[in-house]
Design a protein. Structure first.
Length: 349
């Protein structure tokens, strides 16, 4: 099996840890668990070297499975008030800081590419703080400044619901990603503020109009941290060829999402989804983005992954599937971690 490390573009592990606290689902990040997707022992087994750890505020602070897996409940897509979102976001940031402090040097929150490289070289798990859906940010960007000082380095303006910055796509298949309006004036200012602060702007979950609004404003590589090819799976959450071509032209990337409903051509939530479908998406992404524009954006702890992978310990299984599909070691290394480091370096510098 592969010894190549993986730097991954998206997970919801902090949310799982936060929602489990004080319940029967509570677990320690430092102990191997029989459920969920990421903890430190399984990360070590899967050669997971780090990634973007999302801070996402649920519309309902209920059971994690209900929050993430009931697309038919409109309450899970309701707008969240900014004060409530900021309070929950600060709780999640505090959890990440405690996790780093309690890790005895095994976890490092990284604020630049040099720190990621140093953490990987030292065998530490490199954690980059990402906000998924900017409900916590106020229109005058005060909270953005504070969160950046606390370590925020990546931000998705929306999740799949509206906020003051724009609108997100529904979890619909088949569907075009052109499902609603683009960025508001506040959303456009948010992108400009992120550019000034060197915070990466994540295009995943944005409507197609919002995607093009970001593309027109930003001077940084276009990045969709956890989105697949619409040509293979026609979900609103996936990227059209025209969007992929714009990402390629900017020198950006797309991270392969492991969620089976964004992989399968039929959009079904079935864990017995063959790895061949993941290879098909990767082949298509490579054909539009080139070898430097494809990475991984698993969505671990926020989705249903193919049974053959199971959890973060199964990452080498995916890399082996790439080998069996004829990918060379240099290309696999680019997809596994090098492309992410390159884009982050160019975005932050």
């Amino acid at each position: 099996m592969s010894q190549i490390p993986v730097f991954d573009g998206h997970n919801d592990t902090l949310l799982k840890l936060e929602l489990g606290a004080g319940t029967a689902r509570e677990r320690s990040f430092f102990d191997r668990a029989a459920r969920d997707h990421i903890d430190l022992p399984r990360a070590r087994k899967g050669r997971f070297a780090g990634g973007l750890f999302a801070i996402y505020v649920p519309s309902q602070l209920g059971d994690a499975l209900k929050v993430r897996y009931d697309p038919d409940d409109p309450a899970n897509f309701a707008e969240v008030a900014q004060p409530d979102a900021l309070a929950f976001t600060l709780r999640m940031f505090a959890r990440a800081l405690r996790l780093e402090r309690e890790s005895a040097g095994e976890v490092a929150i990284c604020r630049n590419a040099a720190e990621i490289r140093a953490a990987m070289a030292a065998g530490q798990l490199a954690m980059v703080m990402h906000v998924e859906g900017a409900e916590a940010i106020d229109a005058d960007m005060t909270a953005l400044e504070v969160l950046h000082a606390a370590g925020l380095r990546s931000l998705g303006p929306v999740w799949s619901r509206p906020n003051i910055f724009g609108d997100g796509v529904p979890m619909a298949c088949p569907s075009s990603p052109d499902t609603g309006p683009g960025l508001t004036d506040a959303g456009k200012e948010l992108v400009r503020a992120c550019n000034r602060l060197k915070i990466m702007v994540d295009l995943s979950h944005l409507t197609e109009k919002g995607f093009w609004d970001v593309a027109a404003i930003t001077d940084r590589p276009l990045v969709a941290s956890h989105s697949n090819a619409h040509a293979v799976c026609p979900s609103a959450r996936n990227l059209t060829d025209r969007q992929l071509d714009a990402i390629a032209e900017s020198g950006g990337l797309a991270g392969l999402n492991f969620h089976v409903a964004f992989l399968r051509p039929d959009g079904a939530n079935i864990s017995d989804t063959p790895l061949e479908v993941m290879v098909r998406h990767t082949d298509h992404l490579l054909s539009r983005l080139g070898e430097d524009g494809v990475a991984l954006g698993s969505d671990f702890d926020g989705c249903m992954v193919p049974r053959a992978i199971g959890d973060v310990a199964g990452l080498p299984v995916l890399l082996q599937a790439f080998r069996e599909a004829g990918y060379g070691e240099e290309l696999i290394e680019k997809i596994a971690w090098k492309n992410w480091l390159s884009v982050l370096e160019r975005t932050w510098n």
